[in-house]
Ligand binder design. Structure first.
Ligand SMILES: Nc1ncnc2c1ncn2[C@@H]1O[C@H](COP(=O)(O)OP(=O)(O)O)[C@@H](O)[C@H]1O
Ligand SMILES: Cc1ncc(COP(=O)(O)OP(=O)(O)O)c(N)n1
Length: 268
């Protein structure tokens, strides 16, 4: 039997299982690829927020990456929480030297407002990490932090995309999830433009949306899809996961990574 496509996530651990490494690996399983991980940081996290975060040494991150890439090989890489300038720079160097496409989710703060990236790392994200990205997937807070563009409505998304593209990713997907109304995102490489639209689901249990979308894009790229195809398929997947998001703990519950596998059977 032939091996499935292999996808590597380089991200932080979310003990609550809704975002980070855990979201990425569940997404990869749901989308039929073999998921692998490089842990960059460990968070103590639940539906109420982030109670603690600890970075791994750069050496441990490099060693995990080499172990996976040099033996098993990867068809796509996804990056998430990188915590510090040192980790951002090390990971940027590793992915730039790898042939596989890289989906860079420049994670800054969690939905609860907890910081997952040191302010001192922003310049390394701009100058080292974004240029190594095949697709960068900032949300609106990250666009404001990285590029100084404040998006107040859909009509600002083009300006935001141009600003992020100026740092060098091949494609950018600006996620408009924090805007009111339809959930609209803009994918562009500076010449092609793809608008992705989905109905907004009035569900507060949306923890992990960004991680889930980025790892779904990486999974589809690993299967050989083009960037626009991969992003369209990933948008459909994350929209289903948001619609099925469920309550856990006392705060914001996770999206349902397994929605397409377990449709109608959860809780049965
Ligand atoms: N309530 C919602 N209903 C439908 N789609 C949503 C909703 N909230 C976010 N999205 C979509 O989820 C994806 C992730 O976006 P977003 O939540 O902005 O990312 P992040 O988790 O990085 O803040 C985007 O495709 C966005 O349009
Ligand atoms: C360990 C870890 N990594 C990333 C995030 C942010 O995840 P995201 O998908 O953007 O979801 P929200 O936290 O915004 O719901 C995280 N929380 N933890």
């Amino acid at each position: 039997m032939s091996a499935p496509p292999r996808v590597l996530t380089v991200a932080g651990s979310d003990s609550g299982g809704g975002a980070g490494i855990q979201a990425d690996l569940k997404t990869m399983l749901a989308l039929g690829v073999h998921g692998m991980s490089v842990v960059t940081a460990v968070t103590a996290q639940n539906s109420l927020g982030v109670q603690g975060a600890w970075e791994l040494p750069v050496e441990a991150v490099r060693a995990q990456f080499r172990s996976v890439v040099d033996d098993i090989g990867v068809q796509a890489v996804k990056t998430g929480m990188l915590a510090s300038a040192e980790l951002v720079e090390a990971v940027a160097e590793l992915i730039a030297a790898t042939d596989a496409p890289a989906v860079v989710d420049p994670v800054g703060i969690s939905k609860h407002g907890d910081s997952l990236l040191a302010a001192s790392a922003l310049e390394s994200v701009r100058t080292k990490l974004l240029p190594a990205a095949t697709v960068a997937t900032p949300n609106l807070d990250e666009v404001a932090e990285l590029a100084g563009v404040h998006v107040g409505s859909e009509s600002d998304l083009r300006e935001a995309a141009a600003a992020v593209l100026s740092y060098g990713p091949r494609w950018v997907l600006i996620k408009g999830g924090h805007l009111p109304g339809e959930a609209v995102d803009l994918l562009t490489d500076g010449s092609e433009e793809h608008w992705l639209r989905a109905p907004r689901h009035d569900n507060r249990h949306t923890h992990g949306t960004g991680c889930t979308l980025a790892s779904a894009i990486a999974s589809q790229l690993a299967k050989g899809q083009s960037v626009p195809q991969a992003v369209a398929a990933a948008k459909e997947y994350v929209t289903g996961a948001i619609a099925a998001g469920f309550a856990l703990g006392g705060g914001i519950g996770p999206v349902d990574h397994g929605w397409a596998l377990t449709r109608g059977t959860r809780g049965a």
